[in-house]
Design a protein around this ligand. Structure first.
Ligand SMILES: NC(=O)c1ccc[n+]([C@@H]2O[C@H](COP(=O)([O-])OP(=O)(O)OC[C@H]3O[C@@H](n4cnc5c(N)ncnc54)[C@H](OP(=O)(O)O)[C@@H]3O)[C@@H](O)[C@H]2O)c1
Length: 237
């Protein structure tokens, strides 16, 4: 598939895995738009990619802001006239102080409601693209199968975070079903345990962590939809 002129929006891309997804997509010749809740951090990240020869832009996107989400289709439509790839990457863990109901509420807002709202807002642009791709950055911790297996230590059975990624997986399955008669493919990615601010104990680097989302963002027509993947392997829901 020709990448020239294709446009990708990656949420939460001012650092971590999101920034690396933007870099890897950009190096394939795709125009990348960095969603960042802090304009300065977004612009700095885009400038870093531009210095590598990547066609990169930054857009103000606090995924919790209805105003920011509402403004997205207008910004992308006016500036590029298209959107081919949406990577819902922004995510949080809010339960370091305990899995309180408030932590659960905040986590679901950022990790479930926000990607749902962003996808809904951008569906007209994605539908108009010749080969729209939606990637929901999930986690193996959202796998019901893994949580029920007895193999996951209690330390990683995080009520809010794991529930949020399970719900994001459900949205992925439903979106893929709803879009099955369109060229759009919607899949969930598990990046692996990646060393970032979110997971300082991670064992993979961001380059490895970005791989799955980049593969799913650039799937060819015969690629899968409605699946949950990690580096070429299908994960159990
Ligand atoms: N690291 C891992 O081992 C791992 C494993 C499985 C899944 N994941 C998933 O991978 C994704 C990226 O995580 P990461 O490890 O790269 O974490 P990270 O380095 O902490 O990056 C998270 C990104 O999300 C952004 N973000 C958080 N809340 C936001 C909001 N309200 N609006 C806009 N952006 C927001 C952050 O922006 P700020 O810089 O402004 O905070 C940052 O850009 C997440 O969805 C995470 O759940 C990570």
């Amino acid at each position: 598939m020709a990448n020239a002129n294709r446009v990708a929006l990656i949420t939460g891309a001012n650092k971590g895995i999101g920034l690396e997804i933007a870099r890897q997509l950009g190096q394939q010749g795709i125009t990348v738009v960095i969603g960042s809740r802090d304009t300065g951090r977004g612009e700095a990240a885009a400038a870093g990619l531009k210095a590598m020869g990547i066609d990169a832009y930054a857009v103000q996107l606090d995924v919790l802001s209805t105003a920011d989400i509402t403004a997205l289709p207008g910004y992308l439509g006016t500036k590029f006239g298209r959107l081919d790839i949406l990577v819902n990457n922004a995510g949080v863990i809010e339960e370091h102080g305990g899995a309180t109901p408030e932590a659960l509420r905040k986590t679901l807002e950022a990790n479930v409601v926000a990607p749902y709202a962003i996808t809904q807002a951008l569906l007209p642009l994605l539908t108009a693209a010749p080969a729209g791709r939606i990637v929901n950055q999930s986690s193996a911790l959202g796998s019901l199968d893994l949580n029920a297996s007895g193999d996951l230590s209690l330390e990683w059975m995080l009520p809010a975070y794991n529930s949020s990624k399970a719900a994001l997986n459900m949205l992925t399955v439903i979106q893929a079903a709803q879009l099955k008669d369109t060229p759009i493919k919607a899949n969930a990615a598990h990046p692996g345990s990646v060393k970032t601010d979110l997971n300082p104990q991670g064992s993979l680097n961001v380059r490895e962590g970005a791989e799955t989302a980049v593969t799913l963002a650039t799937l060819l027509e015969d690629g899968p939809t409605g699946g949950f993947f990690h580096r070429g392997e299908t994960l159990a829901w």
